[in-house]
Design a protein around this ligand. Sequence first.
Ligand SMILES: Cc1cc2nc3c(=O)[nH]c(=O)nc-3n(C[C@H](O)[C@H](O)[C@H](O)COP(=O)(O)OP(=O)(O)OC[C@H]3O[C@@H](n4cnc5c(N)ncnc54)[C@H](O)[C@@H]3O)c2cc1C
Length: 446
Amino acid sequence: MKRLLTPAAAALLFIFGFTASAADGTFEGEAQGHNDAIHVAVTVEKGHIKDVKILKNFESPGVSDLPKAFIPKAIVDHQTLKVDRVSGATFTSMGILSAVSDALKKAGLDPAQFRKGEAVKYAVSVPAKSEADVVIVGGGAGMSAAVAAARKGANVIVLEKMPFLGGNTILAGGALNAADEALESKQKMSEGQMKLVEDVLKDKPRSELHKQLQTKISADYNAWIKAHPGVLFDSPEFHALQTWKDGDYEADLDLIYEMTKHAPETVVRLSKMGLEWHPYTSQYVGALWPRSHDAANYHSGLGYLNTYRDTIDKEKLPVKVYYMTRANELIKDNGRVVGVKAKDGQGKNVEVLAKKGVVLATGGFGANIEMRMKYDQLWDGKLDKRIGTTNSRAITGDGIPMAEKAGAKLVGMGYIQLLPVTDPTTGQTIATCEGTALYVNNEGKR
Ligand SMILES: Cc1cc2nc3c(=O)[nH]c(=O)nc-3n(C[C@H](O)[C@H](O)[C@H](O)COP(=O)(O)OP(=O)(O)OC[C@H]3O[C@@H](n4cnc5c(N)ncnc54)[C@H](O)[C@@H]3O)c2cc1C
């Protein structure tokens, strides 16, 4: 006897056309992410997605953390592939969704059936009003400030406009320049390097501080070459004057010296927090001396942020981060900055008040073409959209007009660094252009 489908059964089969032939089990799928293929394993049971696991991926740590955590969970919780891509990590988000779609096809399911209805959104809501001792805007250098303030007993709120911490900091190669006698003295000093020290000492002093630093370098250098002939010399004072000279003496020497004086302490402090340095220094692209420190347990500036995050967890420091919360104004009271106005991830206006102070750490403006064109003094109006940037797209100089509106004066805005170590078409940083390459113009002239 022939077995016929009842109309109801036929309708069910129509609706779950693919499901009927779908197999239960775990299926692997893959798709291109930002850096390489993303591999996932999807467990399917009776046409339902029971589990999504990311098996293998080479996405940039930090930037890809949120989509890797949020998207698989959203797919399972809402049985949908219609999940918002995480802003700033669009290719990773799309890669995960496409890899899951690939696995579903292998399970005999139709991915289109999982793309109906409203998209699941990733949005963070923060309290309309909150208060902390210290409020920090921007989570790159801001995280260093957060750890420092919290270790001194302050409770801290960090506002971060992206779904992850650290704009350029997590994209950076991560080299940290600091004079380091122990590591640098493993290297020989060439005649060219000796001449560079002598050149710095020959300069006519331009200020009292300049003179004092030259005097100290001269004494240290003479003592060093006597005691360690042929061994590389360095000192925070030499680091300061080299930096100042290389910037055509435009920067504030006091501030440069403050940085170079404390850079060696930063190396030690980070190491105590768990960052492992390579047991040697090198001269990174853009550096002026072989004093670049590189982490052994990380491949990028992400190491700094992870180290700060781990320290906050380990020491249970009172630091809260409001992600996807974009600061837009400083609040002033009686001439003092006492808080920040911002918009949270859901577009709601919020205020965060600071009892002891606000730290602005919103980074530079390399990804803001309008500001580049407005402030540039070096590149003859050429920094328009034709000039790509390796800066994070978060780096739009937000803190600068905020500070200006609160009464701050701007200095040094016109000195914009172009570093030709990237592919002009894709903007990717490429090592082949570094160090030993000669840069020539269209006529082959250096
Ligand atoms: C490709 C590349 C490689 C580099 N390599 C090196 C290197 O090897 N060594 C080195 O010393 N330097 C390097 N640099 C430079 C270095 O990365 C930067 O100088 C440094 O990271 C700047 O830190 P920052 O905290 O000031 O800014 P960022 O790390 O950019 O942080 C700014 C933060 O503020 C947030 N933010 C911005 N506006 C707002 C707002 N309105 N509200 C809330 N949050 C906001 C951003 O999202 C971001 O998290 C490199 C830079 C690039 C682009």
